[in-house]
Design a binder for this molecule. Structure first.
Ligand SMILES: [Fe+2]
Ligand SMILES: [Fe+2]
Length: 404
């Protein structure tokens, strides 16, 4: 039996390897937000073998059926990446530029041999205009088997959301390509047509559990090749810390894992120049802890003075595998609805749970535990409508924030 088993293994192995090598079909096609979403759009994909002249074709979607209209061609930037310490794969990325605002485009990626399907995306308006985006917390565990249904419920509820924002820990081990495969499989076609805005969590940093405090921290080598985010953050934190404006809202992505002093100086500069009527911050580590064993006030000390000074409207967070939404706060205390202040939210979108503590109950409007949620956020003129849903699309929390 042992000999027969070895023979079977030898007989099957080359076939499996060959099958993998001949596949040049674009995989993991994903749209990412850019610094100027009214005129540009980033797309990233990978192939298992090198691709001769990898590129994309794009045109306004209604021109797709007109034989006299030819798509514009964008050549890709490509790099090789070793995954799971053994397999070499090929990552490709493009930033479509000189796009028209508020236009639906069709695009496909590939090369002479293999093309993706045609996919659509919509550019942002150049001016403030109503829109909805979705917000997810940690995915991290049973990503394909459990979280697929959250994504499907979210897509059914808000098919026209302009982008999906994740506040980190999309996977448990940022080095494990199989977990990223689960993430993309669970999302299916959605990121081919709706851009992602991703915030790295501590689990996107290899070996984060054993890092010595103060020692340098380095994000997974898979992060930058497989996503293409704005490079307008502090030096060394490009594509990790970044900002972009979307139809009247300034979005700022921060990072609680590395280089806080550099982020503070950068954040102050971004906020002081911000002309948008609304400001939304997203970060992985919460400012106000809702679980017992995690109560660092370092982020409060560092960021809250700036959030207060510049009246950040909303801070979206993850990491604590629980749910909490604060009252409107300033200087670590509740303020009345008529005053300027900041609402902080923590949510969870995967099946890993921590019980909530009551430490900051005096600041909270709503806490929940042991659940999986997604959130829609709609901004329309001076009103922000925030709604949290459970996996069966029932409303579990809602609040309206006014910005005068
Ligand atoms: Fe987490
Ligand atoms: Fe985390």
């Amino acid at each position: 039996m042992i000999i027969a088993g070895i023979c079977l293994l030898l007989w099957f192995s080359p076939g499996i390897a060959d099958e993998k090598k001949v596949s040049a079909i674009p995989e993991r096609v994903v749209l990412n937000i850019t610094e100027t979403p009214f005129s540009s759009q980033a797309v990233t994909w990978r192939t298992r073998i090198s691709s001769a002249s990898p590129r994309a074709e794009i045109l306004p979607v209604l021109d797709l059926l007109n034989p006299e209209k030819k798509p514009k061609i964008f050549p890709a930037l490509s790099s090789t990446v070793v995954v799971d310490d053994k397999d070499k794969i090929f990552q490709h990325s493009i930033i479509f530029n000189e796009l028209l605002p508020d236009m639906i485009y069709a695009y496909r990626v590939g090369d002479d041999q293999s093309w993706s399907e045609w996919n659509q995306f919509r550019t942002a308006s150049e001016k403030p205009a109503p829109f909805t985006f979705l917000y997810f917390g940690d995915i991290q565990k049973d990503i394909f088997s459990m979280c697929s249904q959250v994504f499907r419920a979210a897509f059914q509820k808000e098919p026209d959301a302009r982008f999906w924002l994740f506040t980190g820990d999309m996977v448990d081990n940022g080095l494990d390509d199989r977990e990223w495969d689960e993430f993309f499989s669970a999302l299916s076609f959605i990121p081919r047509t709706i851009p992602l805005v991703l915030v790295p969590g501590n689990h996107e940093y290899p070996g984060w559990q054993t890092i010595v405090p103060g020692a340098p921290r380095t994000i997974s080598h898979l992060w930058r090749p497989q996503f293409t985010f704005p490079e307008n953050g502090p030096k060394g934190l490009e594509e990790i810390v970044y900002s972009f404006n979307y139809q009247g809202v300034c979005f700022i992505i921060l990072n609680g894992v590395e280089n806080l002093p550099e982020q503070v100086a950068w954040l102050e500069n971004v906020l002081s120049k911000n002309q948008q009527p609304w400001t939304v911050v997203a970060m992985h580590h919460p400012i106000y802890s809702v679980i017992d064993r995690r109560n660092s006030t370092e982020l409060q000390d560092v960021f809250v003075p700036l959030f207060d000074r510049f009246s950040v409207d909303l801070v979206l967070q993850g990491h604590h595998h629980s749910y909490a939404r604060t009252k409107k706060l300033k200087n670590n205390s509740p303020v009345s609805d008529k005053e300027k202040g900041t609402v902080y939210v923590i949510t969870n979108s995967g099946p890993k749970y921590y019980p909530a503590s009551n430490r900051y109950d005096h600041l909270m409007d709503k806490t929940m535990t042991h659940g999986v949620w997604f959130q829609s956020i709609r901004i329309e003129n001076n009103t922000l409508q925030y709604t949290a849903y459970n996996m069966i699309k029932e409303v579990v929390d809602t609040v309206v924030i006014k910005n005068k």
